[in-house]
Design a protein around this ligand. Structure first.
Ligand SMILES: Nc1ncnc2c1ncn2[C@@H]1O[C@H](COP(=O)(O)OP(=O)(O)OP(=O)(O)O)[C@@H](O)[C@H]1O
Ligand SMILES: [Mg+2]
Length: 443
């Protein structure tokens, strides 16, 4: 699905890098291999969409120099070092320089997979976060980023504005890709703590001990502040809060209690449990749950957002066509219905991905949106016929999209739109009001 993370494997021994690569590929990762650090540096740099696994002993630039170089280019890049058996000083030195973790030779492949999972999860979080931060300098742009006119989206915008102003911790629930991280950013940016620190950490990306140290200290010599300190006065976001162990939950609760007023540092806890049929209430200790869930936002899955699907698709297709310098794909009535019926397990992130591929496909002049949807989900054909929605919902969504597209094409000329859609002025005005379309947006 959306943007698979890569793993760059750097080792001068061919057998070694190939077997690591094969193993990780079997575990579902996309890998690339390099025979030297110098080679790897040509591909791996700032914002590299993945993580690095590197041997230490290599001719030319060795693993330690490579690690230093990578840290100077992108200090948040997870690098897993492979150290000689029992080479503790080397491992310690690598960790001090900023390695994500190390594996001792001969290593256990399962350990490697587990580390790779943690590292890629961590990386995705960093990159998502950077992308958001780049785009969103202030709260208004952020609120504009939240596309959609479904009643759910309208409520969400109001909730964000209300909760942003209020004191107290917030719990955000929702399936993957529904916008939880985006909403956490928005809460910070529209509230009294905008301008203060915004610190985000995934509880699933570290083992218990490192997470404990990261959050509460003590940090190693010369390290950064513990995150609860770094976020002081601002917002601390705990992604995947369900991954907190019982002892860490106890520590967090203690910290919350010690802090006194929640006005000081706001916690935003994000949980990803909905899809497994559990709720954060099932996994968090009750006293912590109640402290965190004083205010709760639950993001609905995309398939329940009705007309938002088409609006989002159109919006992202337009953005990508601009980016790629080509025309936006025209969505046929049938394709619109297919978009509305797709199950969207990856939610908005998946939709963005499909919109991008639809644009690229359109640029090549081949392929259909349906084939893109099917490629992601073999069972889709079945679900398209069984999981229906009221006809009214399709019709309205489609109507809105048609008017929106037509207005866009005619740059807000009401007369041209009336003519093309054979609509009297009054009906067009009524429909535009109903769908919250504003002429001024198209001029
Ligand atoms: N209402 C929205 N309008 C437009 N874009 C949105 C909206 N909600 C989310 N997005 C975009 O969808 C993508 C996924 O959102 P986000 O990363 O916040 O989801 P998430 O729930 O945190 O996912 P995960 O559980 O995988 O961490 C991001 O690119 C985000 O900008
Ligand atoms: Mg997220």
């Amino acid at each position: 699905m959306a943007s698979a993370m890569k793993i760059a494997i750097v080792d001068d021994e061919k057998d070694m890098r190939q077997s690591i690569s094969q193993w990780l590929a079997l575990s579902g990762f996309e890998t690339e291999t390099f025979a030297s650090a110098e080679d790897a540096l040509k591909s791996v740099g700032t914002d590299y969409p993945g993580v690095v696994v590197s041997d230490i002993k290599m001719p030319g630039m060795d693993g330690m120099q490579f690690l230093k170089k990578l840290m100077s280019v992108d200090s948040a890049l997870p690098v897993i070092m492979i150290t000689g058996h029992g080479d503790v000083p080397m491992a310690v030195e690598a960790m001090r320089i900023g390695a994500f973790n190390f594996l001792e030779k001969p290593f256990n492949p399962d350990k490697m997979t587990e580390l790779a999972k943690k590292a890629t999860l961590n990386r995705r979080l960093t990159l998502d976060n950077r992308a958001l931060r780049r785009e969103l300098s202030d709260g208004t742009t952020l609120m504009k980023k939240l596309v959609g006119t479904s009643p759910v989206m309208e409520r969400l915008r109001e909730d964000i504005l209300d909760l942003g102003q209020a004191d107290g911790h917030v719990l955000i629930d929702g399936e993957t890709g529904t916008g939880k991280t985006l909403v956490a950013h928005a809460l910070h940016a529209v509230g009294a703590k905008a301008g203060k620190k915004f610190v985000l950490v995934s509880c699933a990306a570290f083992d218990e001990e490192s997470l404990g140290r990261k959050l509460f200290g003590p940090v190693e010599d010369g390290g950064a502040l513990p995150l609860v300190e770094e976020a002081r006065g601002g917002t601390l976001v705990l992604e995947d809060v369900e991954a907190l162990s019982q002892p860490l939950q106890a520590r967090l609760l203690m910290w919350i209690n010690e802090q006194g007023s929640p006005a000081e540092t706001r916690l935003v806890a994000i949980s990803n449990l909905q899809e497994q049929g559990k709720t954060s209430e099932d996994v968090l200790r009750p006293d912590l749950f109640y402290r965190l869930a004083a205010m709760k936002i639950t993001l609905p899955p995309l398939r329940q957002r009705g007309e938002d699907i088409l609006i989002l698709f159109t919006r992202f297709a337009e953005q990508f066509s601009e980016e790629y310098g080509c025309d936006a794909p025209v969505v046929s009535a049938q394709e619109a219905a297919q978009l509305l019926q797709a199950p969207w397990p990856g939610n908005i992130r998946q939709l963005i991905n499909i919109a991008e591929r639809a644009v690229l496909q359109n640029r090549r002049g081949s392929g259909s949106i349906a084939s893109l949807l099917m490629a992601e989900d073999e069972d889709l054909e079945a679900s398209m016929t069984t999981e229906g929605k009221p006809l009214k919902e399709y019709v309205e969504a489609f109507e809105r999209m048609l008017i929106d597209n037509t207005m866009r094409r005619h740059k807000g000329s009401i007369a041209a739109v009336m003519e093309e859609l054979c609509l009297p002025r009054r009906t067009l005005n009524e429909k535009m009001a109903k769908y919250a379309l504003q002429r001024s947006d198209y001029l």
